[in-house]
Design a protein around this ligand. Sequence first.
Ligand code: ZN
Ligand code: ZN
Length: 349
Amino acid sequence: MSNSFDFASNPHTRINILTGEKVLVSPHRNKRPWQGQTEEVSAAQRPTYDEQCYLCPGNVRADGATNPDYEASFVFVNDFSALLSDTELTKVDDDNLLIAATEKGICKVISFTPRHDLTLPEMSTEAIKAVVDLWQNEFMELAEKEWIRYIQIFENKGSIMGCSNPHPHGQIWAQSSIPVEIAKETLQQEKYYQNTGETLLSAYARKEITREERVVIENDHFLVVVPFWASWPYEMLVISKRPVQHITQFTEDEKTALAITLKELTIRYDNIFKTSFPYSAGMHQAPVNTTPSPAWHWHMHFYPPLLRSASVKKFMVGYEMLANPQRDITPEYAAEVLRSQSTIHYKHG
Ligand SMILES: [Zn+2]
Ligand SMILES: [Zn+2]
C-alpha cells in the first residue's frame, strides 16, 4: 500500500473488502487526545436470580412453559419468534415492481448462564466454552433441516442496543434464504478465492499481523483486529486462523481458544469506560445445504455503539443513513485504546 497520504489526519475512504462498500474516515475531526474518561456508571447491582426474568432457571415464560433448573446454558424456541417453521414458501412478482417472497425460519434463545447478574466478560472460561459447545450443537442440529440455508448466531447486549432483558443471552435465527450481508460477503470472498486460491480473511489476517497497528488480540487460533474499514468506533473482527466455513469444524482446542478470546475481548471493552459495554455481535458463516464454498472463512463481528463515554454513543444518522458510514477516531487509534486496557475486569482489578 502506498502511503501517499496520512491515515491519521487526512479524511479518506476505505473499502470494506467483505462487502465492497465504502467507509468514510474523518480523523481530523477528533484530533484531541483521548481523555481516558473513566466515568463510573454505577453498574446496577443485579441479583443472581430475578423471579420476573423469563430466562432465570425455574421461571415461567410468556407461553406458559417453565424453564428447567439448568446449570450451564439453556436453549429454547423464542416465544415471540420473528420467523416461523411452518410458513409455506411462495413468491410474488407484480410486474417486476412489487417483489416479495415468504421466509421460513426458526428463532431460538440461548441463556448463557443461570446467573442473572453475570455477562460474558465476568463468566469463567469454562462457562463460555459451554456456550461455544451449545452454539456448535445447535448449528449442527439446525443445518440438518434441508430447507435451512443460513444460520445466524448473535448477541444483542445492553439496553442502548434495544435489549430488554439484562440476563446474559444470545439468539440463533435459522432461515430459508440468504440474508443481505451474507450475500455481499459471499461475493467478495468468492472473488478473492477464485483469483488467489486462498481465503480473503487468511490473506487479510496475515497482512494485519505484519502491520500490527490494528491487532488487539492474537493467540494460536484466533486474531482480533479493529478492521481497517471499521465503521463503529470500537468495532472488532475475530478471525479464525484456520479457514473453516462453520463453527462445527472447530476442534476442542479451537473452542477453548475462542472462549478465552471472547472473554479477553469483552473484558477490554468493559474496561474502556468502566461500564458493561453494549454491542451487537455475531458470527458470519457459510450458508448451509448448498454447494460448499471453500472461499468462506468463519469470523465474528462486534459492533459497539459507544464513542466517548459510558453514555455518549455514536449515531448512524444523517450522512451515514444517506451516503455511507463515517467515523472520527481512526481504527488504529481505537486499536491502541483497546490494546492498552487491562485483561483483568475493572470490577475485580
Ligand atoms: Zn434472569
Ligand atoms: Zn462478516
